[in-house]
Design a protein around this ligand. Structure first.
Ligand SMILES: [Fe+2]
Length: 345
């Protein structure tokens, strides 16, 4: 590769004149913005242990009452992006949120799209657009852009969930803002009931739903059963994986991030190809060894890790007897929209 001219090769008076006119020479930075073959990635492979973060999250419950937090969250920040920037990857924000018995996280809505993956506890609800969604371990609940949502806890033990938002990309686009609201009126009609059986959708007088987000809660029990059934029906199937989709369109549930569940058979090893988007892994059940570039992480239940894009990832179920179940989130829908999605195998 030819070496391009450097900034310091230019006379100082010329550089000063450029700066005065808000002008910048491209050639000293050209290789940095268009590196050969593989993009520069700030995203580092990082593992967040739930056992290590849980005491700190519980302490936040003692230190900061809900009225001083609104959302009591510890952000899983990737140091490669700078902790203060609160990014797991270029387009993904991750946070562990704690709700204590009797607490209410007030109604609001915002432009970033969010989902929550329930990590522990029973008895909490998220009300989204008037739909009261129960929260149990492994349930995925959507709070898409612009929809009112609030969280309430009627149980007797702490509830924790993992928030996954496209906040970094919406913030980068200077399009991130929120609005406070009033407690919502709960309405009848839950999407997880209407779409409970795969392959059929509600059709009133031959008309289909025109809601952008017809299903807001994806109960883990159903997804887990689907993975087990898939594995039992196809014993030679190498990859037992499903995508969370909008049941009316079959497309991704949200605009920028994709969500998936993967089952690893006992002792199964699986290589995920090098794809352009960054990917997040959260173990719902079991224990999984994840190898990303030179890092190897042993994930226990409720642990989370992230991998940069353009790198393959090796997964291995550490159990010789039981399947392991992993929730994945990635930036595939965004990369598809941008026209930069790649799978390099
Ligand atoms: Fe929110």
């Amino acid at each position: 590769m030819d070496t391009l001219g450097r900034l310091e090769d230019l006379p100082q008076d010329y550089r000063d004149d450029l700066t005065k006119q808000n002008l910048v020479p491209l050639w000293p930075s050209l290789r940095a913005v268009l590196p050969p073959g593989v993009p520069t990635r700030n995203t580092k492979p990082i593992h967040w242990s739930y056992a290590a973060l849980r005491p700190l999250l519980m302490r936040a419950g003692d230190l900061t009452p809900m009225e001083k937090a609104e959302r009591r969250v510890l952000v899983l920040a990737n140091p490669g992006h700078g902790l203060e920037n609160m990014k797991a990857s270029p387009a993904m924000y991750l946070g562990m949120q704690l709700l204590l018995p009797g607490e209410w996280a007030p109604s609001h809505r915002h432009t970033p799209n969010a989902v929550r993956m329930v990590v522990e506890g029973e008895g909490a609800y998220t009300t989204v657009d008037g739909e009261k969604c129960p929260m149990s371990r492994g349930d995925l609940i959507l709070t898409p852009t612009g929809l009112w949502h609030e969280h309430e806890h009627a149980g007797d033990k702490p509830v924790v969930w993992l928030d996954v938002l496209d906040l970094p990309i919406i913030y980068y686009a200077e399009a991130s803002y929120g609005t406070e609201g009033q407690r919502q009126e709960v309405r009848d009609g839950r999407g997880d009931q209407a779409y409970a059986s795969g392959g059929v959708v509600p059709t009133a007088l031959f008309e289909r739903s025109n809601k952008a987000y017809p299903m807001l809660r994806y109960p883990w029990a159903g997804v887990r059963d689907t993975l087990l059934a898939l594995a039992a029906d196809q014993p030679k199937l190498d990859v037992v994986q499903v995508t969370y989709v909008n049941p009316e369109t079959g497309k991704d549930t949200q605009n920028n991030l994709g969500f998936y569940a993967l089952m690893l058979r006992p002792s199964q090893a699986l290589r995920l190809p090098a794809r352009s988007p960054a990917c997040v892994f959260h173990v719902i059940e079991g224990s999984v060894e994840i190898e990303i570039e030179v890092s190897t992480f042993n994930l226990s239940e409720a642990d989370t890790c992230c991998a940069p894009g353009y790198t393959s990832v090796n997964l291995r179920n550490c159990s010789t007897e039981k399947p392991s179940f992993v929730f994945l989130a990635d930036e595939r829908p965004l990369h598809k929209k941008l026209g930069v999605y790649e799978c390099r195998n």
